[in-house]
Every structure is written in structure tokens, then in C-alpha cells.
Design a protein around this ligand. Sequence first.
Ligand code: SF4
Length: 489
Amino acid sequence: MDEKIHEECGVFGVWAPGRDVARLTYFALRALQHRGQESAGIAVGNGSTVLVRKDLGLVTQVFTDSDLSAMPGKVACGHCRYGTAGAKGWESAQPHLSVVDDVVLALAHNGTLVNFEALRRELIEMGIPFRSNTDSEVAAKLIGYFTQRAGRLRSGIAHTMRMLEGGYAMVLVRENALYAFRDPHGIRPLVLGRLGDDGWVVASETCALDIVGATLVREIEPGEIVRVSDDGIRSERGRVPGARANCIFEHVYFSRPDSVVRGSSFYLMRHNMGRRLARETPVDADLVISVPDSGTPAAEGFAQELGIPFGTGLIKNRYVARTFIQPTQELRQMGVRLKLNALPDVVRGKRLVMVDDSIVRGTTSRQIVRMLKAAGATEVHVRSASPMVAWPCFYGIDTGSQDQLIAAQMSLDEIRAHIEADSVGFLSVEGLLACVPEDGYCTACFTGDYPVEIPRSWWEERFLPGREPNNLEAASEASRTPLAEVPVE
Ligand code: SF4
């Protein structure tokens, strides 16, 4: 099991007549590669149909120059995916293609739909076939179902949004139009950008806008549907927005540090988290180091706040995506060393503070502490720039169940002993909220307060005995209505 929790996807869409939309999408996906490394795909609308190319692998492995040259058009969407258990095959790669009355649609989805199993069952009972077991295909099929009934794609999307519960940001293309829509709480991110005089882009993060030369206009609002076509750009409400609940882990770890939200870069927010962490959990030490690269902005802030030098104590191998699960301790240690190695010349004889962006499963923290001590560090004080992750996420992140989370099972002192650190400290939830702009965040993985109802059928297998989620909002009446009984305007 990897130490980090992972964002499951990055999405991108572009409307740009006269431009090479496939290549623009390719470069945007390269900027979003950190959000998913297991599959990648691009779909292009060429005026008469939609062409798609997708496969398992990194963006650079999936597309050749000739692939991109073979996909001319004026509208495109793209997707990169971090697969979860049971959904790693080619069929799970996106964009998903579906056909509604001879119109080909391609859907790219970031997020998780908590009620997709029930919807999938209903659709199967109605004779609608499935090729994968992903929630994204459920969304695609539902859009097709309602579009057929309503006679208009925009109406099909709006009806689908009323049935879906969970966190999602979706981009859809047909032969001559681009659609982007977001869950009513705004859990998963989606931004709108301008490209030249007549082009528009949507993306999970602003770093994808930067790479294609687009400028940020605004976020896609929770519950909003944006449509771009030859008629221009239009916005409408697909579903009444609920209480805002942006995923705060985007700020802690998922988003690239150079991406921006509500006027502030993630780098700056993480730097401030490190400063706040230093005030909350100070320590007397000789050197602050980070677990690279994601812990570095917070480590810099921590060092600055306490006036302790910041240095490079760990070197990262940038070409290893994951720590392998190995059956023996010796091989597990080797797995960590594939990713990180200590610099004895820097750490020898020093009392270290090691700052990481988060400690989720605790699987590698102990091995890094051991590595630093073996390299000559006299003390290792571990600090996490995120609060204790004690609750699983069901809105697009891969923490499947509570028993995988170290903070759900151990006290602070037990964690310290487990990872063999001299001390351990976590940022408080209040401290984290003080470092991000405005309010309206999901903090469920720290607090157990879930903005969207977690189905009771999941409680037993996903939560530890005696631990129950605090569902802040019940699933809507509309989403409980049998599909065939949903009135369609
Ligand atoms: S539970 Fe945590 S990771 Fe999941 S959406 Fe909420 S803040 Fe993000």
C-alpha cells in the first residue's frame, strides 16, 4: 500500500476553432500528469463525429506525434487517471464513449459517485449494457438515457446531475460542442479559462491553463453547466448548489504548487501551513528537511518561522512512481530507497525536523526515519503539514477504508513510537483552515463530517467498528427516485 493518498484523475477540455486541439489537450494532460499516471486519453470532435485515443500508461507513452496529427477538430477533452482497485483495465481508461441517437459523446470524469452502484443496477435492469464497473460509465450511460428522453443533451446532463451524489468534475464533448459541469458542493475542482479571442478551456487546475497559454477566468460554480459551441459560451444551473465543500486536500497535497485557487497559489498556502505548524508544534533542532517534493513548501515555512536552517537531507529519484509492496522487510526498505535516499553529509550529527505534507498510512515514515538515523542524524522530529487523516474519502480519492489510516488506529504517542521518531506533530484542522482562502471546505478525512451522505451499506466494510460517519446532508429526494419515474422536461 502506497503511503500517499492519491487524486484519482485530471480532466481538461478545449474549444478552439482553427487550433490543434489534440496537441493542446496533450500538453495540458502532461501538466496534469501528477493527478493520474495509469491511463490517459483524448477525444476530439471534428464537426461530424468524435474520435478517441486512450490507453494505459503515462501521457507520453499513450500518444505519438502521428496519433495527435490524426485527430483534427475544434473541440476536445482529455483525461489522465489514477486507477483504483478493480478498475485498472483499458475499459476503465477515459474519455468514455457513448452513442445517443447517432451522436457520439465522450466523457472525462474526476471524482466518485457514492450512489453509482444503485444507479448501475437500475440501468442494467432497463437493458442498458456496461463495459466496465466504473462510476464514470454510469454517468455516461445516465446522460445518454436522459438525453434520449429529453431530446436535448443539455437537459440530459441536468437531469443526470440531479441523480448523481458525490464529488465530480466532468468534461464532455460531442462533434460540435464542449460541456463542463461540477457537483453541487464543488468538491472536485474545475476552472474556466480563455484562450485567445474565441477559445475556451476548462481544467482541473490552472497549471493546465498556463501550459496552453490560456488565462484564468473563474471557477466553474458548484452545480453549474457550461456549454461552448459556435453560438458562444452559455452557463446554466444543472442542480441547485449545496453548502460549498471544496476538497481541502487539494490545498495540502494534490494540486501542483504553481496552480492557483481564489487568488492564491498552492505553494504559498503550503508555505503558510508550514509556518503555522511550526507555531503549533515547535521543536529545538539544527536543521529542517523535507520529504521531497511535496513536503518542501511547508518545510521552508517551518524553518523560516523558527529561524532554523532549511537543507536537503533526502534525495528523490524522480523516475519511480510508486513504492512497491514487498513481502519482506529487506525488500520493503529497498522499495523506499528506490524513491528516496538520505544525504549523510548533510544530516550526520544533526537534530533534524523532517516535514512531510501528510502522514496517511505511516508505511514509509518509519523507514525514512530509520534511513536518516542510519545516515547519522542524532534526532528525527517528524511533522505533518496536514491534520491527522482518520477518516476515508469517498469523493474521488483512494482511501478505501478506515483500517488503512494510521491516525484512525493510534494515538499521537503511539504513532511516534510506531514510526520511531523522537517526536511527531500534526497541523490542527483550525490551523489548516486559517491557511486557505475564505471558507467552504470538505474536511471529512480529518473530522468524519461528510458533506454528501455516505450510503449505510458502506458503513460496515469501510469504517472501523463503532466509528460512524457524520453525514452533513442527506441524499436528495430526486436522486432516490427510480429512473423511470423521473419527470423529464
Ligand atoms: S474527504 Fe478529504 S480528500 Fe476527500 S474530498 Fe473531503 S477533504 Fe478531500
